[in-house]
Design a protein around this ligand. Structure first.
Ligand code: SAM
Length: 173
């Protein structure tokens, strides 16, 4: 069963019991809008710069992480390099297989697992992007194959599906 909630994740998590989810896979805002060129120069047509990212790119509060660790037994946190998180053994790297020096070649996820780190290589340049930090569905399929075992409950905070608003939490039971 899949449940999608279109709401602020803080409001949602506050209603959830301790350790309710076996796994939380989240992709919170990284807080990069201040350092981005945000529409200037040669990069003005990048997906990252086409929308007004300052509208949503507010990094999560300390309270967000308290709630996230409270409601879930394990966590996978994309953008983990931007947040203060404990050292981790089992970090995940998405190799984007893109050749340009000026763009990020990979993305990092912090995880709570005590397993070997892993690399997932996938070229995301095919298909239209509708969100600047959109993750490919293939990446999430890979994550669930390796780190979630149905019928456990999983909390997902991204990637959004094409027709859904971003602000939602998906629960699998
Ligand atoms: C780094 S982006 C992740 C995007 C995601 N990978 C996707 O494909 O849609 C962070 C997302 O979190 C959303 N967001 C920010 N604050 C939120 C909140 N309090 N509750 C739920 N979503 C929030 C933003 O609107 C943004 O879409």
């Amino acid at each position: 069963m899949n449940l999608a909630y279109c709401m602020d994740c803080m409001t949602a998590m506050k209603q959830m019991p301790d350790k309710y989810f076996d796994l939380a896979v989240v992709d919170p805002p990284y807080g990069l809008s201040k350092s981005s060129s945000n529409g200037r120069g040669k990069l003005k047509n990048r997906t990252f710069n086409r929308g007004n990212i300052s509208r949503w790119d507010t990094p999560p509060s300390a309270e967000y992480f308290v709630e996230l660790f409270r409601v879930s037994k394990n966590q996978i946190i994309w953008g983990g390099n931007y947040f203060s998180l404990p050292p981790c053994r089992c970090f995940l790297v998405w190799d984007k297989l893109q050749p340009w020096e000026n763009f990020s070649r990979c993305e990092y996820a912090w995880t709570s697992f005590n397993k070997p780190s892993k690399l997932f290589a996938f070229d995301n340049r095919t298909g239209g992007k509708i969100h600047p930090t959109q993750k490919p569905v293939e990446l999430y399929k890979w994550i669930y194959q390796h780190y979630a075992t149905p019928p456990r409950k999983n909390l997902r905070h991204s990637p959004r599906q094409r027709v859904e608003p971003y602000r939602r939490i998906r629960r699998r039971a």
